[in-house]
Design a protein around this ligand. Structure first.
Ligand code: PGA
Length: 253
């Protein structure tokens, strides 16, 4: 049985007060309304982690995630945050290789391998992001592009490590644009990702990996997207900043 997961990626938004208010609202709404077995992950900016952690403490289906971690274990890397620090603050998930990190901060497939390795060594669950830009989608080479991202960053890992990952497919042209992939486009890619992972690690491992969809996922399209057999949840940006919208997405299965 694959885990259903809805992760909220706050990106660089919300002050302390706003973050605390949002978290409290989400905790209460999820407690009252979530009936399905869905793991909810909140991924605030680093400075919010401890405050959010206190508010979700005791809510068994809500977990703490970070948006990034360093590709170095420790040392003189000003401004960086390591996987071991995150673990020590009660973080259990970490988004790795978000397209904004790849695009604006020059993160390469090889760097992402190091990040995944450090995350796993510190007991964090990586939410590994992949996804194609618009020109690649228009060329029709999106499946090859995305499977290559996975091959380059992940295929050096053994079965025991791969089993612990969550994959997030986020077509770059759909992120923050209001333009969602259709549920059929999401399904096609998710099935392709699963098949690619199966070709290396076998169907049993691939069938057990959760693959999330991200990119303008909202309350009004989540049900359709989540109804697809290879879509196991979502990585939510904009809509994760509103407690009502986020909860409605969590209850969309
Ligand atoms: P969006 O962002 O939901 O605002 O499109 C998704 C993401 O970047 O994770």
């Amino acid at each position: 049985m694959r885990k259903k997961i809805v992760a909220g990626n706050w990106k660089m938004n919300l002050t302390q007060t706003e973050g605390q208010k949002l978290t409290s609202e989400i905790v209460n709404m999820i407690k009252d309304e979530s009936t399905q077995d869905v793991s909810v992950v909140l991924n605030p900016p680093f400075v919010h982690l401890q405050g959010v952690q206190k508010l979700i403490d005791g809510a068994s289906n809500i977990h703490l995630g970070a948006q990034n971690c360093s590709d170095k274990a420790s040392g003189a890397y000003t401004g960086e945050v390591s996987a071991s620090m995150l673990a020590s603050f009660g973080v259990s998930y970490v988004i790795i290789g978000h397209s904004e990190r790849r695009e604006y901060f020059g993160e390469t497939n090889a760097m992402l391998t190091d990040k995944v390795k450090l995350a796993l060594e510190n007991g964090l669950t990586p939410i590994f992001c992949c996804g194609e830009p618009l020109d690649i989608r228009e060329d029709g080479t999106h499946l090859a592009y995305v499977t290559n991202q996975l091959t380059e960053s992940l295929f050096g890992f053994g079965e025991e490590d791969i089993k612990k990952l969550v994959i997030a497919y986020e077509p770059i042209w759909a992120i923050g644009t209001g333009k969602t992939a259709s549920s059929d486009q999401a399904q096609e890619m998710h099935a392709g990702i699963r098949e690619h992972l199966a070709s290396k690690y076998g169907t049993e491992i691939a069938d057990n990996l959760s693959i999330l969809y991200g990119g303008s996922c909202k309350p009004d399209n989540a049900k359709d997207i989540f109804s697809k057999p290879d879509v196991d949840g979502g990585l939510i940006g904009g809509a994760s900043l509103k407690s009502r919208d986020f909860t409605d997405i969590v209850t969309s299965f």
